[in-house]
Design a protein around this ligand. Structure first.
Ligand SMILES: [Zn+2]
Length: 477
């Protein structure tokens, strides 16, 4: 076939939503805020405290943004961006491929974000091409609705076909999926039509997708390993554990366990008057964004979400460790004079928490080191795990979480020295459609000797981080 066009890495940040111009939407926003307030107080938080004061507004806007696709049509998105190119009409072949279009959508089953990348290829008919940036706009329109990945894939190909009338089209969607009761995984779904049903056209598409980057090769392999997709319009899906894949944006497996644990625990939550009130608030949110909570795909979703919210904020049932300044610190001069550094323990604990600004999960690993005092006794791992859980299962920010864990470790271990490095990925950073899928945040806190002695601290940080890179290597293997 003749030449082809490939475009990569489209930024969707232009689509971030601002409702201020529309009075109806402002009223909807007010009602959404009310529902979010019910959620915040329902889990036992003080909605008036500093960090939470703007949260209802932020979360309400995020819901309006995540549902803004309902208020758009393909016609209005495409606008005048269909171009007739005689040059293209007169030459046969010439695939057009738009690759790596980032998207973030909301799962109708979990009401949590799922996110990833799409690739779309088509063969123009009669020289009609669509402005390349419009593909990203169509993707955003469909993603900003409550979706399943399969329906999203199908709607993307249907919409594109209806608007552009190509000789054929293919869509591949790679997404990070979190479903309750399942391991976090990358799911690949695809659909094709017209000339893409011919294997040589599909092969050409796959070859072009493979250009640069192991991620794309992985996507193509995911397709090939799946069942044969012969019938037109059939969406097929291949699930992959996050362990098995090297897709760039799939958070390393090390940072998913805390979330999975919480999702399992969520099954035992609920059935109280509190959970009923929270469920009412979630149903109100669904109605406000223009959904019908009674439709089949949404059945049970509000209840599942509330269970998850309750499990991920179960820390309120436990007392927080308090800062204990009276604990003794080792004599720096005496310790430093020793040829050997004081005996230290290090460990690594998965956690999952809820961002208090956006009410979305953040999760990862807490790396903890502490110095053994003269008594030299270890603190059981379970006690430290319980401490991390108490501190993290509530509305938090990562910085404060890290400090609170450091206080708790310092206090539990006798007050010689505590060092905490917390590594997390935040769902609020991926849920806005901006290309930040691979980002993670690290925060640290030190107490006692680790605060006073820089060399001791940096030595231990290296040890902690080395553990991290080793476990990452194991995960990729
Ligand atoms: Zn956040």
């Amino acid at each position: 076939m003749g030449g082809s066009a490939v475009s990569s890495g489209t930024d969707l940040s232009v689509d971030v939503y601002e409702p201020s111009a529309d009075t109806d939407l402002l009223e909807t926003q007010t009602r959404l805020q009310e529902a979010v307030r019910t959620l915040i107080t329902g889990i036992g938080e003080d909605e008036k405290r500093d960090g939470l004061r703007d949260t209802p507004k932020r979360v309400a806007k995020a819901w309006l943004d995540a549902s803004s696709g309902y208020r758009k049509t393909a016609k209005s998105v495409v606008g005048g961006a269909l171009f007739h190119e005689p040059e293209i009409a007169n030459s046969p072949g010439g695939l057009v491929i738009v690759r790596d279009v980032d998207f973030a959508s909301t799962s109708e089953t979990s009401l949590l974000p799922f996110y990833g990348r799409c690739h779309l290829g088509y063969l123009p008919s009669h020289g009609v091409v669509l402005g390349l940036s419009k593909v990203a706009r169509l993707v955003a329109m469909l993603a900003k609705r409550l979706q399943t990945q399969e329906r999203f894939t199908q709607e993307l190909i249907n919409t594109f076909e209806a608007e552009v009338l190509p000789q054929g089209c293919a869509v591949i969607v790679e997404a990070n999926q979190l479903e309750y009761g399942k391991r976090a995984h990358v799911n690949i779904s695809s659909a094709r039509s017209g000339c893409f049903l011919q294997s040589e056209v599909m092969e050409e598409f796959e070859t072009l997708l493979r250009f640069s980057g192991p991620g794309k090769a992985e996507a193509v392999r995911g397709l090939q390993e799946g069942p044969d997709l012969a019938a037109p319009g059939v969406v097929h899906s291949t699930g992959k554990s996050a362990d098995d894949t090297r897709l760039r944006y799939s958070a390393s497996s090390a940072v998913t366990n805390g979330l999975e644990e919480c999702m399992e625990e969520a099954e035992h939550e609920g059935g109280t008057s509190t959970s009923a009130a929270l469920e009412g608030a979630v149903l109100a949110i669904l109605r406000e964004i223009g959904e019908d909570p009674r439709r089949e795909g949404l059945s049970g979703s509000a209840q599942r979400y509330v269970r998850f919210l309750l499990a991920s904020t179960a820390g309120y049932k436990e007392a927080m460790p308090h800062r204990n300044g009276s604990l003794h610190c080792p004599e720096p001069s005496r310790q430093q004079s020793a040829a050997q550094p004081p005996a230290a323990q290090d460990l690594h604990i998965h956690f999952m928490s809820h961002c208090e600004h956006h009410m979305l999960p953040f999760h990862g690993q807490v790396h903890v080191a502490y110095l053994l005092g003269s008594s030299g006794h270890h603190v059981p791992l379970e006690r430290l795990q319980a401490l991390v859980k108490t501190c993290s299962r509530r509305l938090q920010i990562q910085e404060r979480l890290t400090q609170e864990i450091a206080d708790g470790v310092f206090s539990l271990t006798g007050g010689y020295g505590a060092l905490v490095a917390c590594e997390a990925s935040h769902m609020c950073m991926v849920a806005r459609g901006v290309e930040k899928h691979a980002s993670s945040t690290i925060t640290t806190a030190a107490r006692g000797a680790y605060l006073q002695r820089t060399a001791l601290r940096s030595q231990m940080l290296q040890r902690l981080m080395q553990h991290q890179s080793e476990s990452e290597r194991r995960a990729v293997r």
